[in-house]
Ligand binder design. Sequence first.
Ligand SMILES: Cc1cc2nc3c(=O)[nH]c(=O)nc-3n(C[C@H](O)[C@H](O)[C@H](O)COP(=O)(O)OP(=O)(O)OC[C@H]3O[C@@H](n4cnc5c(N)ncnc54)[C@H](O)[C@@H]3O)c2cc1C
Ligand SMILES: *[C@@H]1O[C@H](CO)[C@@H](O)[C@H](O)[C@H]1NC(C)=O
Ligand SMILES: *[C@@H]1O[C@H](CO)[C@@H](O)[C@H](O)[C@H]1NC(C)=O
Ligand SMILES: *[C@@H]1O[C@H](CO)[C@@H](O)[C@H](O)[C@H]1NC(C)=O
Ligand SMILES: *[C@@H]1O[C@H](CO)[C@@H](O)[C@H](O)[C@H]1NC(C)=O
Ligand SMILES: *[C@@H]1O[C@H](CO)[C@@H](O)[C@H](O)[C@H]1NC(C)=O
Length: 489
Amino acid sequence: MLSYCTVVALLPLVLGRSVSLNLETRAKYHSTCLAIQHVISHASQVFHPGNVPYVNDTSHWVPSSTQASACSVEPGTVEDVSKILKIIGRTSTPFAVKSGGHATNQGFSSTPGVHIALSRLNTVAYHQDSNTATIGAGLTWDRVYAELEPYGVTVPGGRISGVGVGGFTLGGGYSWITNRRGLGIDNVVEYELVLPSGEITTVTASSNPELSFALRGGSNNFGIVTKFIFKTYRMGLGGVMTFAKSHIPLVLEAITDFAANNTNPDANIVGTYIHAPGSAPELSILTFYNGPTLPLAIFDKFLSIPRASEDLRTRPFTDLISAVSAPYLNPTHLRGAQHTVSLTGYTVDILSQILNQTDFYAESGSFANGSLISVAIEPFLASGVSSFSANDTAYPHNRYISPLALFWGWPDERTDSTAMQDMERAAAAITATAEGEGQQLTDLALYNNYALADTPLERLYTVNLPRLRSLKKKYDPRNIMNLAGGFRF
Ligand SMILES: Cc1cc2nc3c(=O)[nH]c(=O)nc-3n(C[C@H](O)[C@H](O)[C@H](O)COP(=O)(O)OP(=O)(O)OC[C@H]3O[C@@H](n4cnc5c(N)ncnc54)[C@H](O)[C@@H]3O)c2cc1C
Ligand SMILES: *[C@@H]1O[C@H](CO)[C@@H](O)[C@H](O)[C@H]1NC(C)=O
Ligand SMILES: *[C@@H]1O[C@H](CO)[C@@H](O)[C@H](O)[C@H]1NC(C)=O
Ligand SMILES: *[C@@H]1O[C@H](CO)[C@@H](O)[C@H](O)[C@H]1NC(C)=O
Ligand SMILES: *[C@@H]1O[C@H](CO)[C@@H](O)[C@H](O)[C@H]1NC(C)=O
Ligand SMILES: *[C@@H]1O[C@H](CO)[C@@H](O)[C@H](O)[C@H]1NC(C)=O
């Protein structure tokens, strides 16, 4: 006991976060850890602070999402996930479920209690006869793509390295092939789910339409998903172009033109604008084409502008993912947050306001050298909504939504609250500009996977919220999932 307490007492120093649990609470969480250790099979393992795997298990893309947990557990089988959840429910112990750890809201996949890291749920199996793949919920998309590449197929997964299968697929899932195939949630044909009660079940649209709806955007409200079966598709190619500051006005025109005039669902771009205080801002266009060769004519307008750098080419999908991911790897371990605005279209004025907000806060007093403000502009095809195969989804996306991903990173914990307030101000200013041009945004869902933790649930789930609330009551009557963080119905 003494040595355990010593280790716990040292944790705040190791993780840079204050832990204010009293001894009784610590002892309670610790005994839950021991109870779990006692029942799980050899496929699974519990780690305590000080064990090497504990650090990777509890860590996140931004360190501000990490909390010191009593222990981490890596379940290797669905049966062990069930046993763990039963013990957690019986003892009412706070817990977390982590897949790729890209949540930027603190507590969404971190806890002072039992941290469940899904990394051992890592199988990828391609089923050629049905054009589907079984994908473990603890994988990151890079590994999924690498395993599917030899078969020449891919799935609608994350666009950037490191994003987890679990959180992405339960929240929504905007992919490189979303224009043609819809979101991740539109392409899952089966879920293996451990219900909050610990019961193991299989969910398909026909076997359980209620849970099938709820899991398509309802994140971690309905239990722990251990694997997904996805539809698979041929993979594509693309690359990145970056532009010097002097050419930004031309690039904004080209983005507006692409957003308004592109009709080819195989083509997709993401505009990223990154402004680190004290350095020149950078505008890049990430391009993707879902086909065997790159028809450059689609990107003509961009290619008529001088590029600071460019590497558009026919390439393996995994290579494309690493090329576009470079700015998003957070090598300096900035703290950070994400937020979002849902738009229905782009004009040069709206894009200028997006850049203006980025510049304004990057140059404002609260941001220091070593910080970073970035925004991803995602002009999905306006007609793409008709190709979304399933519209009975918890995340309401049957109306056209172009989500904006604001990411702000900073080194100092003292910046946390002002940065998040400023992000909300920036989002409000962008929204006001778009509404001033006539966009109807008040009923348009905000994307839960990008939204700050205090975003009202009505803004995330709109008309679906009452139904989700009643399903949550039905499938989690004892509110076990409320022991974990996240948006709660
Ligand atoms: C650099 C970066 C790039 C991104 N790119 C994209 C993109 O291209 N498209 C897009 O749509 N989004 C993107 N996102 C947003 C991303 O989808 C969300 O951050 C998502 O929640 C991350 O999932 P994760 O598994 O990595 O995170 P985690 O932090 O592990 O999990 C996120 C949430 O999901 C829950 N969860 C995870 N797995 C399970 C499970 N198996 N069962 C139950 N609950 C679970 C967790 O408890 C947590 O609440 C990006 C984010 C970042 C930071
Ligand atoms: C570390 O965690 C990540 C998920 O956050 C996982 O993909 C990876 O396999 C883990 N690495 C090790 C060595 O366990
Ligand atoms: C769309 O294309 C038409 C025809 O080329 C052009 O006149 C128009 O300006 C384009 N729209 C935008 C927003 O650029
Ligand atoms: C930030 O760093 C850059 C380059 O190192 C320097 O030119 C600039 O003055 C710094 N800005 C502030 C506000 O310290
Ligand atoms: C840029 O943003 C700031 C802060 O919101 C605002 O005061 C200013 O008017 C904006 N500038 C333009 C040109 O919109
Ligand atoms: C789903 O799509 C069908 C066909 O487009 C439409 O009739 C139906 O109203 C949609 N359902 C919802 C909930 O949007």
